[in-house]
Design a protein around this ligand. Structure first.
Ligand SMILES: Cc1ncc(COP(=O)(O)O)c(C=O)c1O
Length: 415
């Protein structure tokens, strides 16, 4: 693909230079049509049985995006009290929220209990804690199915080498603790990892989880986790996750389970990245170009504080350059290393990448920045976090989070 921005008319007629003149650089720009499209796709992964897609808001917690998710009928996963509170403020009713807890305090659990939000419990000791504060209550347990997968070891969330969930061999102890506190185990959940482009490992995990589910009686729901991938190499024509064929295979596995289990509980999934990643482009300015020991550096204001994925996971994000509102053609390519403005040698957006030759003054457009982008921003090097802007379905620009200011950075100091 020559240009994703052109192919989907990402800015809907708005000129990128006008956007940055108004909101500064860097700036996260979202496209509402793409967001709604992906939300609709995930809400229909399973149609034959009762099914909910819980948008995993850790990927992007902007309250305006949550309101769009709610309007598209999505449910939601929260990982903290902060995320539960944002969801409640966005208008999500408690029954549409699932708190996937991990090593949380009794107070955090109590918040969910007080608001009648279902909690997923991540260890036997946390199940004891839940029982102590909520005798006779209802919860879900997160099971480690013993196998994990994902694009980087830091996002593999099941298997022998992870902190998450309760091992299958401890299931009897779950029942013992549940009996001790008169708890109902209403559901089981798993999340094996992130960024599956090939459905096979996910389907294998589904099959395995359904085998484990047979050990639980009277389940109200089974939650298979998230992880559906998106094509981060779209400029090199990487294909989408094959959602259509995946859906069919997923349903077949569920058919077999339902026959054996005797009824169909509610089925759930927890996509984050698939919902929001492709709806966002991060725009930054090229402030310098230089050559050091044979390496051509393109210096931008998109530091690792703004987008940490490349530094943290060696993640790939396609980059297009924009010069005077025109996309720079993918010809006259040279190997370049695109960096940010943070005082760290690991502050790299793209290393030794064949890209059109960048010039000072260009805009760098980083694709697929909507998931784990702003959500992982920091103020490292005392750089305020950027604005987030939505290009609405009718082509309007709407600021959905203003940029931080120096005063915001100073606000918490006790002086
Ligand atoms: C428990 C849980 N559910 C859902 C997700 C969403 O994963 P993804 O964004 O890859 O779909 C994650 C991400 O790590 C997770 O930890």
């Amino acid at each position: 693909m020559e240009s994703f921005i052109k192919a989907v008319d990402f800015f809907k007629g708005n000129k990128p230079e006008d956007i940055v003149a108004k909101y500064g650089t860097p700036v996260y720009v979202y496209n509402e049509d793409i967001l709604r499209d992906r939300m609709r796709k995930v809400s229909k992964i399973i149609t034959k049985y009762e099914f909910h897609s819980n948008y995993s808001i850790k990927a992007n917690t902007n309250i305006n995006i949550l309101k769009i998710a709610l309007s598209e009928g999505l449910y939601a996963d929260a990982m903290s009290v902060g995320e539960m509170r944002i969801l409640l403020d966005a208008g999500f009713p408690a029954e549409k929220i699932f708190f996937v807890s991990n090593n949380v305090s009794a107070e955090e659990m109590q918040f969910a209990i007080d608001h009648e939000i279902m909690v997923s419990i991540d260890s036997l000791s946390q199940l004891e804690q839940f029982g102590e504060i909520n005798k006779g209550g209802k919860c879900a347990v997160r099971i480690n199915p013993g196998v994990g997968a994902g694009h980087h070891e830091k996002v593999v969330t099941a298997g022998k080498k992870t902190k998450f969930a309760i091992a299958e061999e401890d299931i009897d102890r779950i029942f013992d603790i549940a009996a001790k506190y008169d708890l109902t185990i209403a559901g089981i959940n798993q999340h094996v990892g992130s960024l599956f482009m090939d459905p096979e490992p996910f389907l294998a995990a589904v099959k395995n989880f359904l085998r484990i589910a047979m050990k639980f009686k009277d389940l109200e729901f089974i939650d298979f986790g998230g992880g559906y991938g998106i094509p981060y190499h779209k400029l090199d024509d990487e294909k989408d996750f094959p959602m259509e064929s995946f859906k069919k295979d997923f349903e077949l596995l569920i058919d077999d389970f339902v026959k054996e289990y005797g009824y169909a509980p509610l089925f759930k999934t927890e996509p984050g990245r698939f919902v929001v990643a492709e709806s966002c482009i991060l725009l930054g300015r090229v402030h310098s170009t230089k050559q050091n020991s044979g390496v051509k550096y393109v210096g931008t204001d998109i530091g690792m504080n703004v987008l940490v994925r490349p530094s943290m996971y060696d993640s790939w994000h396609d980059i297009e350059f924009i010069r005077g509102n025109e996309i720079v053609a993918r010809e006259n390519m040279e190997e370049q290393t695109v960096t940010g403005n943070i005082c760290e040698s690991g502050d790299l957006l793209a290393r030794n990448r064949m890209l059109p030759v960048a010039q000072k003054g260009d805009l760098a457009a980083v694709l697929d920045a909507g998931a784990y982008g702003y959500a992982m921003c920091s103020t490292y090097n005392s750089r305020p976090r950027p604005a987030e802007v939505l290009v609405t379905s009718d082509g309007e620009l709407k600021c959905i989070r203003r940029a931080e200011t120096y005063e915001d950075l100073m606000r918490l100091f006790e002086v």
